[in-house]
Design a protein around this ligand. Structure first.
Ligand code: BJW
Length: 268
């Protein structure tokens, strides 16, 4: 098994469509969720792409690269401080809460999230793989430095830009910038879980960033039932047995209720 899996994750093709009437969600079902920015949109956290997306501003997108942040750590921290303020004020919405409630009721749920906001944790989800890190931790910008990432919840962080006491390099958020490797342990755990999963939910992601997007393709190729929740179709729709279009906070609860034949109930 490859740790990165990007070679085989990219190019799966899917022609299968599983009839959801033949599928029943039970406590033995391994459920895996791949979430993206869209799951937090109803909590007031902006998405990246699209009309109101953060990446409309090309400078901000450059700041989310290792070189961009290292060149302008002051601007980089301004950008992340604004996002910390936004995320600190955000509450989990029904999409985060229903997934946490599913786990709480004894269903076998793992969330693989691309989000850095920790709203899945706040909602109560216990088994969460943070593929792109978290804004609530800081690490040294020097990958060779011995400083371990540490939690910091100050909003805003004062005295920016911050520098490492050990090596003097700038400090930065513990998030995965473009062109950076994801934590191989996280990727491997996500890959193992995806390969063995029965039901794979793709929630609020544009499905264009890899290796994350490849997990939906891997789930499909591994025989899972794959259901997408999004406002619109995405490049991943092709790999899904069903795309449920609309706000995920509204649509996930009734879908889970239906799949469980009424056993799982979540009151919005
Ligand atoms: C709703 C909704 C509602 C709204 N209900 N739905 C060429 C050059 C360089 C690199 C590459 C390259 N080609 C490929 C790569 C690899 C690159 C990549 O995939 N790039 C593509 C974009 C082309 N990947 C990487 O670089 C990764 N590393 C890597 O591959 O290392 C190996 C390597 C090294 C060097 C060179 C090449 C490879 C790392 C990726 C890290 C991504 N980082 C970010 C920033 C994190 C920190 C931060 O937040 O500041 O992660 S970018 C951003 O995109 C963020 C997100 O997690 C990620 C995915 O976005 P997401 O979550 O899908 O959000 P949106 O906005 O795109 O979509 C929201 C969706 O929600 C939409 O579909 C809406 O419709 C929907 N929605 N409201 C339901 N209510």
């Amino acid at each position: 098994m490859s740790v990165w899996g990007t070679d085989d994750l990219h190019y799966y093709s899917s022609t299968k469509k599983i009839n959801l009437d033949d599928f029943t969600l039970t406590r033995d079902t391994k459920i895996t969720v791949l979430s993206g920015a869209g799951i937090s949109a109803e909590s007031g956290v902006p998405t990246f792409r699209g009309e109101d997306g953060i990446w409309k501003d090309a400078e901000k997108m450059r700041l989310a690269t290792p070189t961009g942040f290292a060149t302008h750590p002051d601007k980089g921290w301004d950008f992340y401080n604004l996002r910390r303020m936004n995320m600190a004020g955000a509450e989990p919405n029904n999409a985060h809460k229903v997934l946490a409630e599913l786990e709480r009721q004894g269903y076998d749920v793992v969330v693989i999230t691309q989000n850095i906001d920790r709203l899945h944790h706040v909602a109560g989800s216990k088994r969460v793989i943070e593929l792109h890190g978290t804004i609530w931790e800081i690490k040294c910008g020097n990958p060779g430095c011995s400083l371990e990432p540490f939690e910091n919840k100050d909003v805003p962080i004062k005295g920016i830009p911050l520098f490492c006491d050990i090596c003097g390099t700038h400090l930065r958020p513990n998030v995965v910038f473009f062109e950076e490797m994801l934590d191989p342990v996280n990727v491997q755990n996500a890959e193992i879980r995806t390969r063995e999963t029965d039901l794979f939910l793709v929630v609020g992601t544009s499905g264009v960033v890899y290796p994350a997007a490849g997990f939906a393709q891997l789930a499909s190729a591994s025989g899972a039932v794959v259901i997408e929740f999004n406002l619109e179709n995405t490049p991943l729709s092709f790999f899904c047995d069903k795309s449920v279009l609309g706000q995920c906070g509204m649509l996930i609860p009734p879908t889970l209720n239906k799949l469980s034949r009424g056993e799982f109930v979540y009151e919005c």
